[in-house]
Design a protein around this ligand. Structure first.
Ligand code: SF4
Length: 318
């Protein structure tokens, strides 16, 4: 038991020394990652990557059509449901999962209400997402028909893990006016079978994934397979932690990057995430013949989020 007269100075010195050692290790690791990011950015630049290095918005050949309006701040998300067929460790959706439909941040009761919101905010690009939206195909088809009743051009992509993307469903989505699908190939453990089936119906089929640093070999294999199979687009994101996934992200051995908390969005990229995404982008730049890879970073999404928020706040209606 400790007494008042006990001299704890050596304990304090030891603890302080340990703390110094720890922070030194962390600093060394941060410096190593920064040097690696700088070296990857240099290679990408000299080898001709397109876009903005500063904003970390880079692509190898061309941007997917749905990303153009989004980058201009004219895109938004149409969240069909929080329910899903998967339970990915990186999933950032609110838990417990609820079945609600939200358009541009506004909850709706009927799918047909989507069109008026899209019209009111002058949106030109919509990403239908979830959860897994194809758990409710009838709702998705009603949303598509409602959006297609608008008398102006609108780009519509649907995000899916592919579990429920049967041939029949794909044809139904096409007839209802969907432009393309974006498959989360990591959610399906790199099983690309639904991607290649969708490509027969949707020529702009895209794969969109978080770059999980420890799966780099599989990710590179996936780039080659998509390129061989004629898939035109791969969108990659930095892995990030947020309130909904941080325990599981940390459980896989990924720590949040110090000082990287977003001001607008409630997330934090993981320390190795950017270097991994840049490595995959460079691999694609060097090896893919027709596949175009686009790095939509946390910094990019921060910019998009800010533009979207400004747009949303410019209209005082709920
Ligand atoms: S498939 Fe998508 S929505 Fe479903 S758990 Fe994985 S990341 Fe979340």
């Amino acid at each position: 038991m400790l007494k008042n007269e006990d001299d704890l100075s050596w304990l304090a010195r030891k603890a302080d020394a340990l703390r110094t050692e720890d922070s030194l290790e962390t600093r060394k690791e941060d410096e190593r990652i920064r040097a690696r990011v700088d070296s990857l950015l240099f290679s990408l630049k000299v080898e001709g990557v397109l876009g903005s290095l500063e904003d970390r918005t880079m692509y190898t050949k061309r941007l997917p059509p749905g990303c153009v309006g989004c980058l201009d701040g004219e895109g938004s998300n149409l969240y069909v449901t929080g329910k899903c067929t998967r339970d990915c460790f990186f999933c950032f959706n609110t838990k417990p999962r609820t079945d609600e439909t939200v358009v541009h941040g506004i909850k709706i009761a009927e799918p047909e209400e989507a069109a008026a919101i899209v019209e009111r905010f002058g949106l030109t690009s919509i990403g239908i997402s979830g959860g897994e939206p194809l758990l409710y195909p009838e709702r998705v088809v009603r949303i598509l028909r409602s959006l297609r009743s608008l008398k102006r051009p609108l780009r519509i992509d649907l995000y899916t893990n592919g579990d429920l993307a049967s041939d029949e469903r794909l044809e139904e989505l096409k007839s209802a006016g969907l432009d393309s699908l974006r498959f989360n190939g990591v959610a399906r453990e790199f099983d690309l079978e639904p991607v290649f089936r969708a490509l027969r119906v949707f020529p702009e089929t895209t794969v969109e994934i978080p770059v999980v640093p420890k799966r780099m070999d599989e990710l590179k294999e996936m780039v080659l397979a998509l390129d061989r199979g004629g898939v035109p687009f791969l969108n990659i994101h930095e892995l990030f932690a947020c309130r909904e996934n941080d325990a599981r992200v940390a459980g896989r051995g990924y720590a949040g990057k110090e000082g990287a908390q977003s001001e607008t969005l409630q997330w934090k990229p993981v320390a190795e995430g950017e270097a991994a995404a840049l490595e995959l982008l460079l691999f694609s730049l060097r090896n893919a013949k027709t596949l175009s890879t686009y790095y939509c970073s946390c910094r990019t999404q921060e910019l998009i989020g800010r533009r979207g928020l400004e747009r949303r706040l410019s209209d005082p209606r709920p």
